[in-house]
Design a protein around this ligand. Structure first.
Ligand code: PEP
Ligand code: MG
Length: 311
């Protein structure tokens, strides 16, 4: 890091009073994973990135190679593999359907499995084979889930492969509002705040003029995260977060106070996020979260959290 006073992340994320918060990395392939191996594990492996240029679905052999590279960089540690999140900002030719007026609201993520169940089943088999070969602690999760029924279907499809843990992303407001029912179906959830903010505020995440609306500090987004955190605590199941917000050191204590139990981020953010959490007690995180979520807007939420955490 550019900050000379910053203590490098020592591999165990925690608050000042010792509450564990796993700090994980977001990766999109083997090269990334090698560079991220200081993290405690991988909280989001975006598998679609390896196949963006493919016209046809990748073979089982090609997939197994790609997944093994990431597992090998984190041997013995957790790797959360997300099944193909095709569509909208990440189109995959082999999963594309008819042209859509609103691709962000279209057949994307897990929804592509209705027309292409074979592609999902082949991917799950390839992930399982790669995990066995590398003795990986492989967790799998589905993107773009809106209902508990979808979560149940995904878990059923995963069952034959014997994964250690099966979860779904919470990145639609519907999923956040039904978090308790979804958590009843799965082992864990992971908040995708990039899409959650987009759908909560009805503002395209790719439009710079709308960046204030898609800010994760928007109280509406913080309150949705809190619903999921509370549901996770009630269910006794992990609530991870793997959107870009996971790498914001000022937001990390707030997220932990809202009930997030692990943060996954771009690896460059690990040192600052670890230092930020290590400087505050869990009770301060809870107070900062309450203050931020009650604020009228993102700027006020930042100020409110900073003032609580400075005490
Ligand atoms: C998200 O939506 O926050 C997320 C982590 O997934 P992606 O950015 O790949 O859509
Ligand atoms: Mg997403």
């Amino acid at each position: 890091s550019a900050r000379p006073d910053l203590v490098p992340f020592d591999g165990v994320g925690r608050t000042a009073d010792g509450r564990r918060v796993e700090l994980l990395a977001n990766v999109s392939g083997g090269d990334d994973a090698a560079a991220a191996s200081r993290a405690e594990g991988v909280g989001l492996f975006r598998t679609e990135f390896a196949f963006l240029d493919r016209h046809d679905a990748p073979s089982a052999a090609d997939q197994t190679v790609a997944y093994r590279e990431v597992f090998a960089a984190f041997r013995g540690r957790r790797v959360v593999v997300r099944t193909l999140d095709a569509g909208s900002d990440k189109p995959l030719a082999f999963l594309a359907g008819p042209r859509e007026q609103n691709p962000a609201l279209g057949v994307r993520g897990y929804r592509t499995a209705h027309a292409h169940p074979d592609v999902l089943d082949a991917q799950l088999a390839a992930i399982a084979a790669a995990a066995r070969a590398e003795r990986a602690d492989a967790w799998v999760m589905a993107p773009m889930i809106a209902t508990a029924a979808e979560a149940r279907q995904f878990v059923a499809r995963c069952r034959p492969h014997g994964f250690a843990s099966v979860g779904v992303m919470i990145e639609t407001p519907a999923a956040a509002l039904c978090a308790a029912e979804i958590l009843a179906e799965v082992d864990f959830v992971s908040l995708g705040t990039n899409d959650l903010a987009q759908y909560a505020t009805a503002a395209d995440r790719q439009l710079a003029p709308l960046a204030d609306l898609t800010d994760a500090w928007q109280p509406a987004v913080l309150r949705l995260i809190r619903l999921v955190g509370e549901a996770g605590a009630a269910a006794g199941k992990p609530v991870s977060l793997c959107g870009e917000a996971g790498g914001d050191p000022a937001l990390a204590p707030v997220l932990v106070g809202l009930g997030v139990t692990s943060l996954s981020m771009a690896p460059q953010a690990l040192d600052e996020v670890a230092a930020s959490l290590g400087a505050v007690a869990f009770e301060q995180c809870v107070a900062a979260a309450a203050a931020a979520a009650a604020a009228p807007g993102p700027r006020e939420a930042r100020a409110a959290a900073a003032s609580v955490l400075a005490k």
